[in-house]
Design a protein around this ligand. Sequence first.
Ligand code: SD4
Length: 337
Amino acid sequence: MGSRRKFIKKLGVTLPALSILGVQACEAEKETKGAVSVSKKAIKPVVISTWKFGFPANEKAWETLESGGRALDAVESGVQVPESDPNVSSVGYGGLPDRDGNVTLDSCIMDESGNAGSVAFLQGIKNPIRVARLVMEKTPHVMLVGKGAQDYALSQGFKVEDLLTEKARKRWEKWKTDANYQPEINVEDHDTIGMVALDKNGDLSGACTTSGLAWKMHGRVGDSPIIGAALYVDNEVGAATATGKGEAVIKTVGAFLIVELMRQGKSPQEACEIAIQRIIDKNPGSKNFQVGYLALNKQGETGAYSIQKGFTYNEFNPDKKEQNQAEHYYETGVRTY
Ligand code: SD4
């Protein structure tokens, strides 16, 4: 047994465990003389998010991550950027309504301890992610919906506001002229923000928030507030988030599937691809919809993949601040892992 191996043995942890901690064994070796300590120096913060409007959201989240803040605070503040922006027509204020003209919001959040909070079918509250966090931290529950979620928000000091902007109302009026329900693929202003982050402490968190599919049936809830579907975080392994046709994501429990695949040793990219393949396999003959996945593991590696062309995502770490196009199924075809 080499001296490095002996040292690792002394620590009482396995090499894979160290790597799960996001720590290079040699870094730990360097840092440790006598007392067992795990170097935090090796951990570089990372944040990834969906769609073009995720870039300013990443910028906001980065302020927290860069200053050594908690991933949970980073994702919560980040996703509030599109939630509050009336020009983003698929998240929060300014979101397109259901077919009856109601803006109904779905949102969830998950922290490094596996705590989760969620609101669904919430109306009149501009920043549902903040309500989701309060559900997580201040109630004995994970999920509140509809009037109950709104009542809870009011009890916490939120105000009911009209979230249907003039612009969104006009688009709804136009849609009603032929009332054809055909969710569009990849309309950049018509999607969810999902964001997952790793902080300097090596902790993961995630948030997901949306006004859901435009012109949906009143009462419809998508994948975005469903823990395990559009968002899942396991601090030992990684985190994943989803955008696109929520029904397809819910039916394959997409984010949870991706995290479990990473637990089994798949890279974030491989895990996203396998999860998209699962959707393709379960929907033979019906591929005219979009789903996009993002994943981040404990080591800060990322993955992005979608069914269709045009899934934009944003990735920030200390070395880069990039907006990229994910590879997609119709480009790469099936890959076997
Ligand atoms: C939903 N996944 O409500 C969301 C909407 C979305 O692209 O991401 N659209 O199903």
